[in-house]
Design a protein around this ligand. Structure first.
Ligand SMILES: Nc1ncnc2c1ncn2[C@@H]1O[C@H](COP(=O)(O)OP(=O)(O)OP(=O)(O)O)[C@@H](O)[C@H]1O
Ligand SMILES: [Mg+2]
Length: 248
C-alpha cells in the first residue's frame, strides 16, 4: 500500500532523512520509533505531500504520489497530527466532521454531527463534548478529538503521530485497542509514531526504527525484545548508556 524508496529530506544543513526505505503492505500496522528529531513526523509529512522530499520515490497503492490527483490522493488518508492541529474557531463536532461536510458526497449537517458524536464515543468522549471548543478541553481530550477526526471518514490509510502521548494509562490502553481495531475491522493500513513501548506492543505488526536519517532496524514486533541491534536495545530499554547520545 505504501512504498517509500531512497527518501532524502534536508532543512538547510540539517540532513534529516538520508535514504529512507519503508514498505507497508495493505492492512498492516507499522510502528515507527526513534529518538526525538530523527525525522519521524517529517517522514509522514513527506508521504502526505505536506513536505517536498529532496529525492526518492513514494508510491501509494502503486501510484506515484507526485503524479496523482492531489484531492483523490489525500482522500485516502486520515491523519492525527502530533500537535493536534484542531481548528480553534470550530466546535468539537465540526472539527471531527470537517471532511464529511465538504466535497462531493458531503453529508447534511445533522448526519455529519451524528457521525461525529459516534466517532467521539469511540475515543471515549461523551456527546456533551461535541459542542465545546478545543480551548475548553484538556490536552488529552484534544488528542482524542484529533483521533476521532482522523478516523471519521473511514480512510484506507491512517497515520497516527504519537496518539497516546499525554493520555493517562487507561485511556492510552483504550486508544491502543482502538487503533488495533481499526486495522483489523476496517482493514486499514496504519503507520503510527510512538515513544511508548506498550503502544508498540499493542499496535504493531512490524516496527521500524529511524536513526541517523535511515531505517536502522526493521522487523516483526515479536523480535523487538530479542533483536541484538544496540541502538534498538538502548531505545527499547530506555537507557542513557549506549550508542545513542543523550544530547543531540
Ligand atoms: N519546517 C521545518 N523547517 C526546518 N526544520 C524542520 C522543519 N520541520 C522539521 N524540521 C527539523 O527536522 C528534524 C526532524 O523533525 P521531526 O519533527 O520529523 O522529528 P521527530 O522524529 O518527529 O521528533 P519528535 O519525536 O520529537 O516528534 C528536526 O531536526 C527538526 O528541527
Ligand atoms: Mg514528531
Amino acid at each position: 500500500m505504501i512504498e517509500v524508496r531512497g527518501l532524502f529530506k534536508r532543512f538547510g544543513a540539517n540532513e534529516v532523512l538520508r535514504g529512507v526505505d519503508v514498505t507497508v503492505p495493505k492492512g498492516q500496522s507499522l510502528v515507527v520509533i526513534g529518538g526525538s528529531g530523527t525525522g519521524k513526523s517529517i517522514l509522514l509529512k513527506c508521504i502526505l505531500g505536506l513536505e517536498r522530499p529532496d529525492a526518492g520515490t513514494i508510491r501509494v497503492a502503486g501510484e506515484d504520489a507526485r503524479r496523482s490527483d492531489r484531492e483523490a490522493y489525500l482522500a485516502r488518508f486520515g491523519m492525527l497530527f502530533q500537535g493536534g492541529a484542531l481548528f480553534d474557531s470550530m466546535p468539537v463536532w465540526q472539527n471531527v466532521a470537517f471532511r464529511l461536510m465538504r466535497g462531493r458526497g458531503r453529508l447534511k449537517r445533522a448526519e455529519a454531527r451524528s457521525v461525529a458524536v459516534d466517532k467521539l464515543r469511540r475515543v471515549g468522549l461523551g456527546p456533551e463534548v461535541a459542542d465545546l471548543y478545543p480551548a475548553e478541553l484538556s490536552g488529552g481530550m484534544q488528542k482524542r478529538v484529533g483521533l476521532a477526526r482522523a478516523i471519521a471518514a473511514e480512510p484506507d490509510i491512517i497515520f497516527f503521530d504519537e496518539p497516546t502521548t499525554g493520555l493517562d494509562p487507561i485511556m492510552a490502553g483504550v486508544i491502543n485497542d482502538l487503533i488495533r481495531e481499526i486495522v483489523v475491522e476496517m482493514g486499514a493500513t496504519a503507520v503510527t509514531i510512538t515513544h511508548d513501548m506498550s503502544s508498540v506492543r499493542a499496535i504493531a505488526d512490524r516496527v521500524a526504527m529511524l536513526h541517523a536519517g535511515k531505517v536502522r532496524w526493521e522487523g516483526p514486533v515479536d523480535e523487538v525484545d530479542s533483536a541484538p541491534d544496540p541502538y534498538l536495545r538502548q531505545f527499547v530499554e530506555g537507557s542513557a548508556d549506549g550508542p545513542i547520545p543523550a544530547v543531540r
